[in-house]
Ligand binder design. Structure first.
Ligand code: PMP
Ligand code: GLN
Length: 399
């Protein structure tokens, strides 16, 4: 007999969260990190950097602990971080955010996304439109909220959606259009025409736009453009981001969500009973990070773009077809020519065969669409250059 109660058990199984024996399935990221630890393979699976972020930011967290900032912070987040987020949105994007009413700090982008979906979903007929492949927590959070996921495919080589398919997916049942830009896992950055169509459809069908911009500072060719900056968007958009990627501190789990005060109030009602608060000494440190000079932000994007080039060169030399990313931590490559037409099987054998861990794109796709992404593999580039070079050498030797 299962210890997991009925209704959640069914939704969890539907969302692929339960293993066939009824136990909780690990996320693909945890499974692949465990495979790397077990085999000693280089871990280009789970997206986390192998170097620390800016020293000032780390030092600010240490100083906050020493000052005794170790108890519950205010429910919305510490005032200085709320102000720093507001300043950051004005400085980079010209967005006006009232730090007292229009922003809250969350336990990473993950909590912001889940609390937002739980707050906005009314019932089982509500739909959430997402681009597919999608980050794994989206389907789980939509299942938790008891709504339906509607997907719009992104296809190689450019991974831009077809605007007719997008328009077809959004209906009066659509409660939320969820847009991750820059996009994990494909590395795409949506054309302005795509963002504008999202806004038009959200207005037409009275949907809320929810964004996931955790890679906002890792855009390689053009400055990031939040959807909230498009005409008509800000009044119906909840903008979500996180400090994890920008400051190479994925374990700190400081995220935020901002948008119209009424929507933020709705999200806060859920958030305060999910975690209430988190990370008190990390909050002042993230405020320091958000106020760093422009050099830090442009340098982070430039360094990561260079790492993607090294990784891409290595993958091509090993025989992969590479789809160079426009932003974010990941490069997608096609392994079909290397006998990897079934990338899930390919990735399972990769640690033993080549001493490298990567993640099949099928992990980011609903079960019924897996064939469309069968040969594609995601590699993380957020590692030291010598690690990427060693991975490239191992892949070349392995095939
Ligand atoms: N969204 C995307 C697209 C991600 O790649 C990740 C993972 N890093 C998250 C959200 C989760 O962010 P956080 O760790 O801040 O919860
Ligand atoms: N965002 C990270 C990735 O895509 C993983 C985060 C996690 O393990 N949940 O690799």
């Amino acid at each position: 007999m299962s210890v997991i109660p009925g209704a959640w058990r069914r939704t969890a199984a539907g969302a692929g969260l339960l293993a066939p024996d009824g136990s909780v399935a690990p996320t693909i990221f945890a499974e692949m990190s465990a495979a790397a630890a077990r085999t000693g393979a280089i871990n280009l699976g789970q997206g986390f950097p192998d170097e620390d972020g800016p020293a000032e930011v780390l030092e600010a967290a240490r100083a906050a602990i020493s000052r005794g900032e170790n108890q519950y912070p205010p429910g919305r987040g510490i005032p200085d971080l709320l102000v720093a987020i507001s300043e950051h949105q004005r400085r980079f994007y010209g967005l006006e955010v009232d730090p007292q009413r229009e922003v809250i700090v969350t336990a990473g982008a993950t909590e912001a996304l889940t609390a937002t979906l739980l707050a906005l979903i009314d019932g089982p007929d509500d739909e959430v439109v997402v681009f597919e492949p999608y980050y794994d927590s989206y389907a789980a959070a939509v299942a938790l909220a008891g709504a339906r996921l509607r997907t719009v495919p992104l296809r190689a080589p450019d991974f831009q959606p077809d605007l007719e398919q997008l328009a077809h997916a959004v209906t009066d049942r659509t409660r939320v259009i969820l847009v991750n830009d820059p996009h994990n896992p494909t590395g795409t950055i949506f054309d302005r025409s795509v963002l504008a169509e999202v806004v038009r459809l959200a207005e037409q069908h009275d949907a809320v736009i929810v964004t996931d911009e955790v890679y906002e500072h890792l855009s390689f060719h053009a400055p990031h453009m939040p959807i909230a900056t498009l005409p008509g968007a800000a009044e119906r958009t909840l903008t979500i981001s996180s400090a994890g990627k920008t400051f190479s501190a994925t374990g700190w789990k400081i995220g935020w969500v901002h948008g119209p005060a009424e929507l933020i109030t709705a999200v806060l009602t859920v958030k305060q009973y999910l975690t209430y608060v988190n990370g008190s000494p990390f909050q002042p440190a993230v405020a320091v990070g958000l106020r760093l000079g422009d050099d830090f932000f442009t340098g982070a994007a430039r360094t990561l773009a260079h790492k993607h080039e090294i990784l891409g060169t290595g993958l091509r030399a090993a025989g992969f077809t590479v789809h160079p990313p426009q932003g974010g931590y990941f490069t997608v490559a096609d392994a079909s020519e290397l006998g990897g037409a079934d990338a899930a099987a390919f990735c399972r054998s990769l640690p033993e065969r080549a001493g490298v861990v990567a993640i099949p794109l099928t992990a980011f796709v609903s079960p019924e669409h897996r064939d469309d992404y069968a040969g594609l593999v995601r590699f993380a580039a957020c590692k030291r250059i010598e690690v990427l070079e060693e991975a490239a050498a191992r892949l070349s030797a392995g095939f």
